[in-house]
Design a protein around this ligand. Structure first.
Ligand code: IYR
Length: 222
């Protein structure tokens, strides 16, 4: 293929079949140990670990390679407090008024409530924003494609990278999350997608005793 916009893909190295099989299985066993954690330790985590995880997220496949995401990494205690205060206000409204009974029932086994102490206690909060459109140099709008899919994939890769680094995370979505634009000073074209809480688990951290569906329930072979 002769085209100036292309280059040879030299990064691929074929693995022996047995090694592929071993790696696929090992990775599954590694990933099945990931759990969403709500009890965070206040132990510090070096910034460069978080930055590498975000670099990993930034390699995600996405619509037209416009990379429609922005990650705000928060360590500052004052900013964390402001986020906690705003998130708890929304969550109180959710649990007390907005959530229909069937939703509250579905959440029962998770033991969640409007109190979100981890938003101040965990060393890092990563606010993930979806760029609903881009901005050209002259200020005009540039269309973005498959924004939710792209940011969803990048977020999955971020969660995987955090787990691979030996840390835990919580996918937190205090809806609506508009307050994140104000507190974090993000522009109107960026819509809050998810707040990822990252750190070490508390030593006595507990998790709900729940399981994942087996392969035959989540996949069909034809
Ligand atoms: N955002 C709320 C409620 C909540 C909703 C779902 I769907 C969950 O899987 C977990 C929680 C909260 O964080 O408590």
């Amino acid at each position: 293929m002769e085209n100036e916009q292309f280059r040879q893909y030299t990064e691929f190295t074929e693995l022996p079949l047995e090694e592929m099989q071993r790696r696929a299985e090992e990775f599954f066993h590694k990933m099945r140990k990931r759990r969403t954690i709500r009890h965070f330790s206040d132990r510090e985590v070096p910034r460069n670990i978080i930055e590498h995880c975000i670099r990993t997220a930034g390699t995600a496949p996405n619509g037209a390679n416009l990379q429609p995401w922005h990650f705000v990494v928060v360590q500052d205690a004052k900013v964390k407090s402001a986020i906690r205060k705003a998130a708890e206000a929304e969550e109180r409204e959710f649990y007390d008024n907005r959530a229909p009974d069937d939703w509250l029932e579905a959440l029962e086994s998770l033991g969640t409530d409007p109190e979100k102490p981890f938003l101040e206690r965990a060393p890092w909060l990563i606010a993930i924003f979806a760029e609903t459109y881009g901005l050209n140099e002259d200020g005009s709008k540039r269309k973005h494609y498959y924004v939710k899919e792209s940011v969803g994939i990048a977020t999955g890769m971020l969660i995987t990278a955090v787990h691979n680094a030996g840390l835990v995370s919580l996918t937190h979505t205090p809806g609506p999350m508009g307050f994140l634009n104000e507190i974090l000073d993000r522009p109107e074209n960026e819509k809050p997608f998810l707040l990822l809480v990252v750190g070490y688990p508390e030593e006595d951290a507990q998790v709900p005793d729940i399981s994942k569906k087996p392969l035959d329930e989540i996949a069909t072979s034809l």
